[in-house]
Design a protein around this ligand. Sequence first.
Ligand SMILES: C[S@@+](CC[C@H](N)C(=O)[O-])C[C@H]1O[C@@H](n2cnc3c(N)ncnc32)[C@H](O)[C@@H]1O
Length: 320
Amino acid sequence: MGLRRRLASRWDSIAVDRALTVARRGARNSDASSAALADEMISSTFTLKKEPQSWSPADRERMWASMPTWMDALFEDVDSIPEPAVTAICNAFTNLYHPTGEYPPIPSLEVVTTIEDQFHRLYYHHRPRAWERMRYRGHRILKLPSDLWIYGNIIEEIRPGLIVETGTRFGGSALWFAEQLELLGHGRIASIDIDEQANRPQHDRLTYMLGSSSDQALVDKVKPLMPQDGSPTLVVLDSDHSYGHVLAELRLLSELVNVGSYLIVEDTNINGHPVYEEFGPGPMEAVEQFLSESDAFEIDESRNIFHMTMHPRGFLRRVH
Ligand SMILES: C[S@@+](CC[C@H](N)C(=O)[O-])C[C@H]1O[C@@H](n2cnc3c(N)ncnc32)[C@H](O)[C@@H]1O
């Protein structure tokens, strides 16, 4: 029973997530074979009993035994299921996995957006401000912890030979990047700032560079650091967040980024996206302008996995 219960809760998140994926696909297309599959699934599995609470032990055994087959068939093969079938599947999943009401229902999109934005405002504005209190190994680092996790995922995946960070400040983020590279045993980081600062952390993989990140002469000094072994360069923009400066950085530094690698524009959340409304045009607006000038990059929304990032629409992946 213990194992079965654990299995049920594991299936829960996976199943609901995938059912929603199917629902989204179903909304786009439909075809006869997927419709038949959905019908079969519903009739053979979920209409076993209307109320899962009233299933007999034998019913439950049968349902559990057939489940992997249905999951495989449904999620491997189906690109499209008609919307009514999808709705039925989603309802069935909900009944199946939430029969006791043990889990709260997923709120509407409006409610989710409100929760996300209000938490974002709380994190960003409420004093003492959380992002100003973050430290990494004794050094201040002006980040959201879950954004670092996203960076960690990207770094593991693309294994950059060079990370270029604009905006060093206290050096906490530069050290964090250096240590991620150390874990991989590969790569270097160049961190650029217009100002010097005492007591920045040191690391064998870290090079500090002094100057403006919108200065072509400085970018020319970065180029010799680019990897010679074919590994990619990753660029993170976190310096002056004014529209003009970020746009200049995008135009200059985008050329260092390889296809498949990322150009991450930080703090696209300001100017009311959803914080710091009075800032004026900034990183978000610079991204919009940059993307209208070039089709080399696409916004990778899939990176925003934690319901909140300080860089909404800021994870740009090079595609050409
Ligand atoms: C937001 S802080 C960087 C925070 C750091 N990346 C972190 O996460 O801990 C911005 C930094 O950009 C620097 N900066 C401002 N204008 C710059 C420019 N034109 N070129 C390079 N750095 C600049 C500032 O001196 C400041 O240290």
